[in-house]
Each structure stands twice: as structure tokens, then as C-alpha cells.
Design a protein around this ligand. Sequence first.
Ligand SMILES: [Zn+2]
Length: 250
Amino acid sequence: MSDARIPFAIRKSDHKFVEVSDVERGQRCGCVCPSCNQSVIARQGNVNVWHFSHDQNAIDKPVKECDISFNSCCRQYAIELLLQGEINKLCTPDLVISEPCHTLEGDEWTANVTDPHTLENITAKTTTKYDIEISVGSYNLFLFFSYKDRHLPVYPADKTAGLLAVDITSVETEFYSQKTTPGLLKELLTKLMAFDTKHKSWLYHPREDNVRAQLCKKVQQEAMSYVPEETSTVIDVNSMIYQSFLRAGI
Ligand SMILES: [Zn+2]
């Protein structure tokens, strides 16, 4: 079994995700590993960061090979907090797209698709393709929790829907950099969802295609109306002809 020090487990009594700081110490925690279902022990020492570890003496044995990781558990925990409405605020980042400029090498045209927003009182639903579905006015917003080794999903078939990637790897760094306190993971995830735009990026925004089409049109119009600066060359050529006329005494 993996000896990963995971601060999450599933409580046997109600099958809910719990943090190590929210349960009793040792075997009394009454929890199992979210991956392999083996009983775990809550380690709440004074030296190491608090964590769960598999109870090697437990009667219940793993139901499968354990592949537990902080990020995969963190993802499941975030989904649960959103579904239960314990996290109900989401800030979204801006999205600026760009197209290369034909007339000035290395330069590019940019257009703003959306500004940062904060969505209050969100209601989350389960979804099969992504991690969470949120209704925003007349369109749907899908969330995808990203971390290393997790493949990014394909764009939504419904072009009126948005797809936002939320990088949850920062939570692990923050968790292990401070003292374990009750509800710390929930606090870090709430902060990530509600106030952090740095770790979010639009994989697809419903206005993106339209804004890009307009931007491409603008770039093409600019390219068509572009007149190369040949004036100096013309003058040079004329000047050369003039000089040769002078020399020829014409
Ligand atoms: Zn396990």
C-alpha cells in the first residue's frame, strides 16, 4: 500500500469526506482510505503534519491496489464541498486572446473575451465529462480540477458552455507549509475557489469563437489595407537615376 500521508479519509458512519483535524485520534477516527477502502489511523502527532495512514492491523483489507494521492483526494473533496453548497462562491479569471500581426513581425493583436468575475450563491451539479457543472444565467460552466498527470478534457460540445480549469496543486503546497488546524483544507479550497484567479484558466469560453472571428477579420482588414513603406526606396532609385543623369550631363 502507498504510505502517502493523506489528510483526507471517508468516515464509515456517513460516507463523507473528512479532514484529519476533524476526527478523533488513532483508530477511533472510524475512517477508511478513499482509494482502497482499508481502515486508516488518524495521526495527530506533535512533530509531523497531521495525516491518515493505512491501518495495517485492520480486519478489512484493501479492495484494490491503493493509488491514493493528495491531488486526487483534494479533487474529490472539492467536488463534495461544491455539491453540498459548503463552497458557493467562485471567481473566474479574465481571458485575452491574440492573433499574430501580419504587418509587424513579432507583434500581435489582442482582444478581451471576458473580465474577471465573482459568482455568488452558485449551485453545483454532478457531470460525467468534467468535475462539476454550474449554471450561470443562461449558460453552463464546467469546472475541471487539473494537476500533473491528469489529461485535460476535450472542449464542451455545447458551444454555449464554458470550461474552466482549476489548478489544485497549490493547495498541497499551502497545506504542508502550515500547522494543521481544523477545517484547514476546506478553508484552502474555499479560498482557491472564491478569491484565486491566478490558478484558474479558461479552456473554453462561450464568447471566445465570436471574439476570435472578429479579431481575425480585423487582422485581415489591416493586412489588406497595409501599404508597404516603399517611399524611401523609390526616392533612392529616383535619386540614383537623377545622379546618373547629372553625371551624363543630361
Ligand atoms: Zn488506500
